[in-house]
Design a protein around this ligand. Sequence first.
Ligand code: PGA
Length: 256
Amino acid sequence: MAHVHRPKVIVGNWKMHKGIAEARSFVTGLALSHFTSLVGLAVPYTCLSAAAEAARGSAIMIGAQNVSDNEDGPFTGEISSKMLKDTGATFAIVGHSERRQHFHEDDTLVNNKIKRLIESGLRPLMCIGETLEQHQDGKSHQVLHAQLINGFRGLTPGQVEHIIVAYEPVWAIGTGKTASPETVEAAHAYCRKVIASAWGKDTAEHIIIQYGGSVKADNAAALLALSDVDGLLVGGASLALESFTKILHAQEHSKS
Ligand code: PGA
């Protein structure tokens, strides 16, 4: 595919960790450090306002880890895209494998959540990836195809182009087993091919596709150097400011 310059986007996913004071001091510290990639933090709902306030005036994007597929109404315990917008959040993760696994979220639900986020002017970050069993059965590409086509159903090429995709093989999340550069590059190139055939070559060339799954300071540069890898989604290693900033600096050592 013709070379299009895509920025590297590195996002930390804190999952169910950190309180308000900790979030505030982390973001304040991060804002003081130098980085050249686009940086985001997906924080717990309870930390969104404080994190967004601490990030004000910096280039750090603050986002949520989930959103309701409903606009408003009697949905006890749910948080809508409008509520997220209200906190100062600018993006939200949808379809993380932990939500697919533990909360039975399917592609239709993910698709509806993406539509809500777009309506509220928030950027969706959609996670996709195969389980270990699917990987061993040689079904990885089939899974990625279904998650992309169903997750983006009904969206225009312009809307798809603005979504961040994170390829996160489920067997690599929190396991210390990063996928090999060959596997990652092949999966990312395949995703771009699927997007090109359904939403056009231009959309496929511009969409950001991150890799996620046991990203650490010592493997980040090699992953970022892959031509179809446009950034990273970092779980465990985003919890300490030191390891997260090391990953951000790895970007400077990778050929981009
Ligand atoms: P990990 O998590 O970096 O701890 O493997 C990644 C993720 O779940 O987004």
